[in-house]
Design a binder for this molecule. Structure first.
Ligand code: FAD
Length: 449
């Protein structure tokens, strides 16, 4: 006689956010038999990929009472990953007729892809648009595991207070800016802003602009602005102190070491000894994790950008599996990682996949923290993955009983990373990894018809 399988449990799950993470979470939860409500405060799916020319009134985005503009995408933004590599595993990001056919397409093409995904899997029928989650807290003090979710439907001003079995947090982490600390900044007379509020280069015409950061946005925005500004200077904390390099191909773009201080007369002094009169300082210094709606009585905290404790960056042991997070890791290929994390959460909630005991999960987290400390890695890099993402993905995939990252995807990510660093001007339009594109297309034929 065949062994009897225990029936899978179906739960009522709230997903917060209908960006790339929330959409695939909703799909995987429903596939597993759960009932799902997705809360999305914007009018449409796509999260950060919904370009808007609106920016926040506070250019540094530090005022906690400011109206939040979710997207950080600027007008000319093209993806920094090739589309084959970037898409979900079983819903390839292939060129559409009438769309942007480029391999590194514009933000509008990514949005169209996410809209297609939502349509294909009928996700919109479970999304409550223009509905902001304001509070998520344990439903009872005794700890039944259930969650109270308070939300407001903005247009109709309808407030709801509901109870869910589980909550999956997919609210994105590119809205709450981090800023560089600059000695003398309080009396510096120029304008400061964060890249979150950058859209187009025209307002910088004839200005002298300093961008702070070594990230993809500093690289791209500095080049975007250089066509209009008088001078563009990029200050990077990780650059050696004597860095002062004119960028080849530009007459007005320089790389510097970090800013040493700024002065009342409007000047900026770099560690390399250069002093320049500057109109605008733009912080391209990244973002902080921020969960303003979440009340966990201290079970989950954000400390120096470490969200914790989280088992494998997803489950807080104390509240698992009833609270989970998708998309915490960074320096990754996000969509496939979201997809695997979603499968894992869906399977754990149904009882198909087992989590270790609370104590064992805590031990695992402590061991990660100890390893980071031993390697001299600061807390704020806890969720940075880079090359380690593939081992992580494979581990999650093994839990789910599905294949891990394809070899071609790994190689494409690594090759693109090298080209991005060595040829930032051309890597989106010139490449040599044609063999990897063919391997990807072969895999895609399983899913496209
Ligand atoms: P988001 O897209 O931010 O979605 C979160 C959603 O949650 C939003 O729709 C928001 O409205 C909603 N939300 C938040 N709070 C609430 C609340 N309280 N109530 C209700 N709804 C709420 N990735 C790539 O793969 N390739 C790239 O080239 C690339 N370039 C990028 C460039 C920039 C400038 C940025 C900022 C990111 C880039 N990324 C890129 C990473 C990108 O963030 C991810 O691809 C992905 O879109 C993140 O999806 P998400 O669902 O986690 O978050």
């Amino acid at each position: 006689m065949a062994p009897s399988l225990s029936p899978l449990r179906s739960h009522h799950v709230a997903v917060i956010g209908a960006g790339a993470a929330g959409l695939v979470a909703a799909r995987e939860l429903r596939r597993e038999g759960h009932s799902v409500v997705v809360f999305e405060r914007q009018k449409q799916v796509g999260g950060t990929w919904i370009y808007t020319d609106h920016v926040e009134p506070d250019p540094l985005s530090v005022d906690p009472t400011r109206p939040v503009v979710h997207s950080s995408v600027y007008a000319t933004l093209r993806t920094n990953l090739p589309r084959e590599c970037m898409g979900y595993i079983d819903f390839p990001f292939v060129a559409r007729s009438g769309g942007d056919q480029r391999r590194f397409p514009s933000h509008g093409e990514v949005l169209a892809y996410l809209q297609e995904f939502a349509k294909e899997f009928k996700i919109e029928e479970v999304i409550r648009f223009e509905t902001a989650v304001e509070r998520v807290a344990p439903a009872t003090e005794g700890g039944s595991g259930k969650w109270r979710v308070e939300s407001t439907e903005t247009e109709k001003r309808v407030r709801r207070d509901e109870v869910y079995d589980a909550v999956v947090v997919c609210n994105g982490h590119y809205i709450e800016p981090r800023l560089a600390e600059i000695p003398g900044i309080s009396s510096w007379p120029g304008k400061e802003m964060h890249s979150h509020n950058y859209r187009t280069p025209e307002p910088f015409k004839d200005q002298v602009v300093v961008l702070i950061g070594n990230s993809a946005s500093a690289v791209d925005i500095s080049r975007d602005i250089a066509g209009h500004a008088k001078e563009v200077h990029v200050a990077g904390r990780s650059n050696p102190a004597d860095t002062y390099i004119k960028q080849p191909g530009y007459i007005n773009l320089w790389m510097h070491s970090m800013i040493e201080r700024v002065n009342k007369d409007g000047s900026v002094v770099f560690q390399n000894g250069q002093t320049i009169l500057v109109d605008v300082i733009m912080h391209c210094t990244g973002y902080k994790y921020h969960f303003p709606f979440l009340e966990t009585n201290g079970s989950v905290t954000v400390d120096d950008n470490r969200v914790g404790p989280l088992y494998k960056h997803v489950f807080p042991p104390e509240l698992a599996p009833w609270l989970s997070f998708i998309g915490i890791p960074w320096q990754v290929v996000p969509f496939p990682l979201f997809e695997l994390q979603s499968k894992w959460i869906a399977g754990v909630l149904s009882g198909r996949i087992m989590l270790p005991s609370k104590d064992d999960m805590m031990e695992d987290i402590k061991s990660l923290y100890a390893t980071l400390e031993a390697q001299g890695i600061q807390k704020r890099y806890t969720h940075r993955m880079g090359i380690a993402q593939f081992e992580y993905n494979d581990w999650v995939a093994t839990q789910c009983g599905c294949p891990g990252t394809e070899e071609w995807r790994k190689e494409m990510y690594l090759t693109t990373g090298v080209r991005k660093r060595t040829t930032p001007e051309t890597y989106r339009d010139e490449w040599e990894d044609h063999h990897l594109i063919s391997q990807a297309s072969q895999d895609f034929s399983l899913y496209t018809h």
